[in-house]
Ligand binder design. Structure first.
Ligand code: DCP
Ligand code: CA
Length: 618
């Protein structure tokens, strides 16, 4: 069904009006499905029966704490230093929001349960819930949330049909491509579709017979085709609607399964692509799933403030708004692709497409092997002498030891190849320095073992005779992967001593292979390619490069890239926060850094082009 552009012509205010054309707004909402389409195995992202879901946990950190404490219905917030980072739904009823300070929240709801996130404390092997944690001495631990996230992802995989592709999207969100299983179920339920009828005029290219009318009862909230009509008449179903309804059944089941096993409530969005699934997941929250039929896409998108769309909320959105004097998606639909590209560069085709509900991004399970584990901290007070570094190294070592041991619970033979310590010394010419050492085979990776190895790197890295003002430290295991099966049992390599490895052991126990690393954080996919000195951000497409160096080792390169990426991640989070409120705290307060910290300076020299320039600070 081709939906015509609106017949009315609004008074045009935008400057680009003369170039705006009456291009089709929403094409392909009801494509003809033939037997050939139905039988095709690999139509990929252009499959007209494509069905994608995004499942997001409700008030995730707060839910983890509610379950840990066994208080299911009380208003509760999770605090990180002085910022609220998660507010459960009972607390939201009191008007409490994430951007509020804790005193204001308590005023609104005196019985509010306030939980500070767990923190690592020097001398403790595991993070804990201490009274009055202090950013000067503690480091935030998100380990419990990560663990719960892993369990949830596992349940999605177990609870959905085997042919579903599941991609973790953030700590509490996952995309599911349900195209294959829904097609399979559809063919089982409507077996008459499995054979091209003898009298089909065009053979395989004959359109499918009319679909049955879908009953959406019990499947979630169906986004209305015309949002202005409260009691919408039932509109005829399409085969894509049938596929959506099957996907909705699967999602309802898996969400109930997660609630029963882990206790978490979730919300889901189900639509024809990732962009729309994500967008409509928050249509009715919490504990709900929303279904966006193709026919409802125009009515859903057009009245929406376009700056609500991911990546259009920051500078780029502001620039679009002022360039064309527009505020809704409908306003922007009038801008032609040529016009947009002439002002915002070639890549702005993605803006043009998302405004029309088009997104061909794949759902792809991310690699879990070959990665690095990074514990990092922006220091509340700069380290200015060697002796001040040990405290933080121990805190980072505790996090790293715990992360590795936890990962080994699911992959027992997991082994890092290298330990890398990186520091940002604003007083040094080469402000980002790192040192690495091959990671020895020691039986138990304890805090002591990691800290001892890291202390040694610290002494190599921090020159006590040179000016020192270290504002950030990172400790990483790189090249973390399962040890070769051929080794039979890695126990044979273990040093049974629980003591930290000797200096000699650290120097001698060399693994020759260079680490192959995929550093990963919760918020951004990292694509550190081997031997590359740059990375392309998966969120904004911007390329960030390291300055050339003839002497940098592989592990140093990876560590330096990881640091740049961390900064870039922070910038994205800051950008997102800026959408929510101009007074929002920076991510630095969100990830365990003293609120007093100054914003970090951008280091890139080249000025970005096209859309990229909207994703830089300043
Ligand atoms: N988070 C954070 N800092 C932010 C945003 C989020 O630390 N600025 C953490 C806490 C959240 C979790 O990430 O619980 C998931 O983020 P969501 O944006 O999905 O928010 P919630 O799950 O808390 O709430 P909702 O029910 O709205 O999804
Ligand atoms: Ca969530």
């Amino acid at each position: 069904m081709f939906v015509k552009p609106p017949s009315h012509t609004r008074p045009t205010l935008w400057k680009g009006k003369e170039k705006a054309t009456e291009e089709p707004e929403f094409e392909d909402l009801n494509p003809t499905i033939t037997y050939r389409t139905l039988f095709a195995q690999n139509l990929g992202v252009r499959d007209p029966l494509r069905v994608i879901a995004l499942c997001d946990s409700d008030a995730f950190y707060a839910a983890c704490e509610m379950i840990r404490l066994g208080i299911p219905d009380k208003p509760l917030v999770v605090l990180q230093w002085s910022s609220l980072i998660a507010v459960n739904y009972p607390a939201r009823k009191f008007g409490i929001t994430r951007m509020m300070n804790v005193q204001d929240a308590l005023q609104l709801c005196p019985e509010l349960v306030v939980v500070h996130v767990a923190t690592y404390k020097e001398g403790e092997k595991e993070p804990g819930y201490w009274d009055n944690p202090d950013t000067k001495t503690h480091k935030v631990s998100l380990d419990m949330y990560r663990r719960e996230s892993v369990k949830m992802l596992q349940l999605y995989k177990e609870g959905l049909p085997e042919t579903t592709e599941v991609e973790k999207a953030s700590i509490d969100e996952a995309f599911m491509d349900l195209t294959r299983p829904t097609r399979q179920i559809l063919l089982e339920r409507y077996p008459y579709l499995a054979q091209v009828p003898d009298d089909a005029p065009l053979g395989l290219d004959t359109p499918l017979p009319p679909p049955p009318q879908v009953s959406w009862d019990g499947l979630g909230t169906v986004v209305p085709i015309d949002p202005s009509i409260t009691e919408e008449l039932e509109s005829p179903s399409t085969w894509h609607d049938v596929a959506l309804s099957i996907a909705a059944e699967c999602m309802e089941k898996v969400r109930q399964h997660i609630k029963a096993i882990l206790g978490y409530t979730t919300s889901a969005g189900i639509a024809r692509n990732k962009f729309l699934a994500k967008l409509c997941a928050s249509y009715r929250k919490p504990m709900n799933q929303s279904i966006l039929r193709n026919a409802a896409i125009p009515g859903y998108l057009k009245p929406m403030a376009f700056q609500k769309i991911r990546f259009l909320g920051g500078k780029l959105g502001k620039s679009l708004a002022s360039e064309y004097d527009v505020s809704t998606v409908a306003d922007l639909l009038r801008i032609s692709l040529d016009e947009m590209q002439s002002k915002f560069g070639e890549e702005s085709i993605w803006i043009y497409e998302v405004l029309r509900g088009i997104d061909h991004t794949e759902v792809k399970e991310k690699q879990t092997v070959n990665k690095s584990m990074l514990a990092s901290k922006n220091l509340p007070q700069p380290v200015t002498q060697l002796s001040e570094g040990y405290h933080w190294i121990r805190v980072l070592a505790a996090e790293l030891a715990l992360r590795l041991n936890e990962a080994r619970e699911t992959t027992p033979n997991l082994w890092p190849k290298t330990l890398v310590l990186s520091a940002r010394n604003v007083k040094a010419l080469d402000s980002r320095r790192s040192k690495q050492a091959p990671w020895p085979f020691v039986k138990e990776v304890t805090v002591d073992v990691v800290a001892a190895a890291a202390d040694k790197l610290w002494r190599e890295l921090a020159d006590p005779h040179a000016p020192m003002k270290i504002i950030g430290l990172g400790l990483a295991f790189t090249g973390v992967e399962g040890v070769e099966v051929g080794l039979k049992s890695i126990d044979t390599f273990f040093n049974t001593s629980l003591k930290p490895p000797s200096k000699r052991a650290l120097e001698e126990d060399v693994l020759n292979t260079e680490p192959e690393v995929e550093a990963a954080t919760e918020r951004t996919t990292r694509n550190i390619s081997k031997e590359s000195s740059s990375f392309v951000c998966s969120r904004c497409g911007q390329k960030l490069s390291l300055p050339p160096s003839a002497t940098r080792t592989e592990a140093e390169r990876q560590a330096a890239l990881a640091l740049i990426q961390m900064e870039h991640d922070d910038f994205h989070v800051a950008l997102e926060l800026s959408k929510v409120s101009d007074n929002a705290p920076s991510r630095q307060t969100m990830i365990g850094v003293a609120p007093k910290d100054k914003p970090r300076k951008k280091r890139r020299k080249e000025s970005p082009q096209g859309i990229a320039k909207f994703f830089t600070k300043g």
